[in-house]
Design a protein around this ligand. Structure first.
Ligand SMILES: Nc1ncnc2c1ncn2[C@@H]1O[C@H](COP(=O)(O)OP(=O)(O)OP(=O)(O)O)[C@@H](O)[C@H]1O
Ligand SMILES: [Mg+2]
Length: 263
């Protein structure tokens, strides 16, 4: 299992000293190749959860393992190295470096890599840009690219080191419907090619439906949901078993397959 969270909470101190609990009792497993969607209202804790999954923050209480190792035991240097190597982030606002070309943007994560990835960074970045269909725009500045093109550059950048976990926070939020779907298709394709898991946070049920396993976050509580527009899961399939895990994955697979057929 790539990532496992058990009873994870995240509490932050407010200015007046009173603690604010943003996440409570979060159980989640992410395996290589998974496609997971998380839907929730503004303020429900989605970005807070994504920051935990991406090793940017520690849980306040509960267990969280990455590759079977308790993340709290990581030194900050190890945590940074694991994050740089294994986690790719994609944001709603693309977060590209302005004043740097598309190629330079994609190359940036490789500056922190070692060996071949570092020495061959220009070539590896150019290949990645090709894979997202933007080889011909390598020397373009971000402000000369469309929103969809900028997001494709951001995807190339997040995948250039071959992460095993891709975390996308509202990746289509700034795009029109059609561009958003083609960006998600691309994301799925490149994630599949590199064998990565993809966790997508979205407000959009149509985007969530592209995943295989679905969760909802309400006031910091994460709950599995059956799917979007497909046949509902039977209660026994959705209910946690004695070990606390669910058979959601299996059942959601068939839901997602039905959706793909009817989409
Ligand atoms: N460091 C912090 N200190 C205080 N409050 C915080 C902190 N981080 C997050 N919060 C609060 O926790 C709640 C959840 O924040 P979070 O950013 O995770 O929400 P979200 O679900 O991503 O919302 P959105 O959809 O608007 O991006 C919000 O009420 C936010 O104000
Ligand atoms: Mg957010």
């Amino acid at each position: 299992m790539l990532l496992r969270l058990e009873g994870v909470t995240r509490t932050v101190p407010l200015i007046d000293g009173a603690p604010l609990t943003i996440l409570s009792g979060v159980d989640l497993e992410v395996a290589v190749g998974d496609r997971i969607s998380i839907v929730g209202r503004s303020g429900s804790g989605k970005s807070t959860l994504l920051n935990l999954l991406g090793l940017l923050d520690n849980p306040t209480t509960g267990e969280m393992t990455f590759d079977g190792r308790e993340v709290r035991s990581y030194s900050s240097a190890v945590r940074d190295r694991v994050r740089g190597r294994d986690v790719g982030f994609i944001f709603q606002q693309f977060n590209l470096l302005q004043g740097r070309t598309a190629l330079e943007n994609v190359m940036t994560p490789l500056l922190y890599a070692e060996g071949r990835q570092f020495w061959q960074r220009a070539r590896i970045a150019a290949e990645m840009l090709d894979r997202v269909g933007l080889g011909h725009r390598a020397s373009s500045m971000p402000d000369k690219l469309s929103g969809g093109e900028q997001q494709r550059v951001a995807i190339a950048r997040s995948l250039v080191r071959g992460p095993r976990l891709i975390l996308a926070d509202e990746p289509t939020g700034a795009l029109d419907l059609e561009t958003g779907s083609s960006v998600m298709e691309l994301l799925d394709e490149v994630a599949t090619a590199s064998g990565a898991a993809l966790v997508t946070i979205t407000h959009d049920p149509a985007i969530a439906a592209l995943s295989k396993t679905h969760y909802r976050l309400d006031l910091g509580v994460l709950t599995p949901v059956a799917g979007y527009g497909g046949p509902a899961l039977t209660p026994s399939a959705a209910a946690p078993d004695a070990t606390g895990s669910t058979r959601q994955d299996e059942a959601a697979d068939s839901v997602a397959d039905t959706e793909r057929v009817s989409a």
